[in-house]
Write a protein that binds this ligand. Structure first.
Ligand code: PLP
Length: 393
C-alpha cells in the first residue's frame, strides 16, 4: 500500500546501521563485544563548550535564529577559518548548517541537476553517493589504491572529468581510509581542476584537526587559491570537538552559492538549535587544547592498531595518518574462511565468532576491506588486536 518516491527507493540501506544494531543486540545478551564500528569520538564535549551552552539557555537562546546562523556564530566560523586555515571569508560567504551533513545536502541539491555528473573518489563515505542519488545526479567513482596511499591521482581525476561534471568531492583526512592529502597531492589535483572552469569543488574538511603526521592541515584552497570562487568548504564541530549530537556544521563558499544554499535550508530545517549554535560559537572561539588532547589519544591508538595488525600476515593495513579510522584489507582472511565469501559476511563472522564489530568495506566502495574505528579505548583495541592475532596470526 506504500508507494515510496523513487529517490528513496533508490537509496541503499546502511550496512553501518546493520552492524551497529547487531553489535548492540549481541552486547545486550551479555556477549563481550568490542565495538570498533563507531563513527563518532568516544570523548565528552569539552566542559567550556557545555558551560557556554548552559549560559545560553539561561540567557534565553531558545528561539528561531537567522537561517544562516546567529551573527556571533558566523563571526566565530570566519575567525576559525582565518586562524586554522589562513582563509578569509566575508559574512555573506559563510552559513551554519545542521551538521556537516546538511551542508553537503544543501550544496549537492543546489549544484546538481538530474543527470549532472559528480566525481566521488573511492573508498568514500556512503553519504556522498546517497545524497547524489537523492539529487538524481550521475555518480562517477574515481578509484584510489592502497599502493598510492589511497590518494587520488591526477590522471585518474582527469579521466573522470567531462563537460557534464558539476561537482568533485575531496575529503581529507579521509573517511574510511584514514589517509591525509599532502600539499603536493592537492596541488596536482588543483592543476587538473583549473582546466575545468565549470566544475565546483566540494572540500569536506570535517576531520581537519585529527592528523597524526605532525604536518599542518592543508585543503585545496591552501594550495590552489584561484579555485576559491568555485570551491565550497564544509566543516563542523562533530569530530574535532566531540560534538556529534549538537548538529552544527558550516559551509564557506562564494556568496551567490551560499545565498542559494540558504534558500534550500530555509525550506527544510531552517537552522540548528539556537543553543547548539552558541555551543559551536564557543568551540570555534576557544583554544584547541582539548582538541589536541583528543588527537594525542587517537594517535596513540592508531599506532597500537597498526603495530598489532602488522604482525598478522593475512591482514594488510596502511597505518592511519588522520581521522579515527583505518581500512585494513581482509581479502586473504575472507579467502581462508570456508563459510565467508565477502566482507559483508566477514562482518557477521567477526561479530559472531570473535565478538568484534567493524563495518564492512563495501559500505565505502572498498570490498574486501573492513573499516576499523579507533574511537574506542586502548584496552578494547588491544583486546581486538589480540583476538585477530589469535584467529589469523
Ligand atoms: N563528512 C564525513 C567524511 C563524515 O565522516 C561525517 C560523519 O561521519 C560527516 C561529514 C558528517 O558530520 P556531521 O556530524 O557534522 O553531520
Amino acid at each position: 500500500y506504500l508507494r515510496v518516491a523513487r529517490r528513496v527507493e533508490d537509496l541503499s540501506g546502511s550496512s553501518i546501521f546493520r552492524i551497529n544494531t547487531k553489535a548492540q543486540a549481541l552486547a545486550s545478551k551479555g556477549r563481550d563485544i568490542l565495538r570498533l564500528d563507531a563513527g563518532e569520538p568516544d570523548f565528552n564535549t569539552p566542559a567550556p563548550i557545555i558551560n557556554a551552552a548552559r549560559k545560553a539557555l539561561d540567557e534565553g537562546y531558545t528561539r528561531y535564529t537567522p537561517i544562516d546562523g546567529l551573527p556571533e556564530l558566523k563571526n566565530a566560523i570566519r575567525y576559525k577559518l582565518k586562524r586554522d586555515n589562513n582563509l578569509y571569508y566575508d559574512e555573506d560567504e559563510v552559513m551554519h548548517t545542521c551538521g556537516a551533513k546538511q551542508a553537503l545536502f544543501n550544496a549537492f541539491m543546489t549544484l546538481l541537476n538530474p543527470s549532472d555528473e559528480i566525481v566521488i573518489p573511492t573508498p568514500n563515505w556512503g553519504t556522498y553517493p546517497s545524497i547524489a542519488t537523492i539529487a538524481w545526479a550521475r555518480i562517477i567513482y574515481a578509484p584510489t589504491f592502497q599502493k598510492d596511499g589511497f590518494i587520488l591521482q591526477p590522471e585518474v581525476l582527469e579521466e573522470c572529468l567531462s563537460q557534464r561534471t558539476r561537482v568533485v568531492v575531496l575529503n581529507t583526512p579521509t573517511n574510511p581510509t584514514g589517509q591525509v592529502y599532502s600539499r603536493e597531492a592537492l596541488s596536482a589535483l588543483g592543476n587538473v581542476l583549473l582546466k575545468y572552469p565549470d566544475v565546483f569543488v566540494l572540500s569536506d574538511d570535517i576531520y581537519e584537526h585529527l592528523i597524526f603526521t605532525g604536518e599542518p592541515y592543508a585543503n585545496i584552497l591552501n594550495v590552489c587559491p584561484s579555485l576559491k570562487n568555485r570551491t565550497v568548504l564544509i566543516n563542523g564541530v562533530s569530530k574535532a570537538y566531540a560534538m556529534t549530537g549538537w548538529r552544527v556544521g558550516f559551509a564557506a563558499g562564494p556568496a551567490p552559492l551560499i545565498a542559494e544554499m540558504k534558500k534550500f535550508q530555509g525550506q527544510s530545517t531552517s537552522h540548528t538549535a539556537a543553543v547548539s549554535q552558541k555551543a559551536a560559537e564557543a568551540a570555534f572561539n576557544g583554544n584547541l587544547d582539548d582538541v589536541h588532547a583528543m588527537v594525542q589519544a587517537f594517535a596513540e591508538r592508531a599506532a597500537l592498531v597498526s603495530e598489532g595488525l602488522a604482525k598478522i600476515d593475512a591482514i594488510d593495513c596502511l597505518p592511519a595518518r588522520g581521522s579515527f579510522y583505518c581500512l585494513p584489507n581482509f581479502q586473504r582472511v575472507i579467502d581462508s574462511l570456508d563459510d565467508v565469501g565477502d566482507d559483508q559476511q566477514l562482518g557477521d563472522w567477526l561479530l559472531d565468532e570473535l565478538g568484534i564489530a567493524m563495518v564492512p568495506g563495501s559500505a565505502f566502495n572498498a570490498p574486501g576491506h573492513m573499516r576499523l574505528s579507533f574511537a574506542a579505548d586502548k584496552e578494547t583495541l588491544a583486546k581486538a588486536v589480540e583476538r585477530l592475532q589469535k584467529a589469523f596470526g
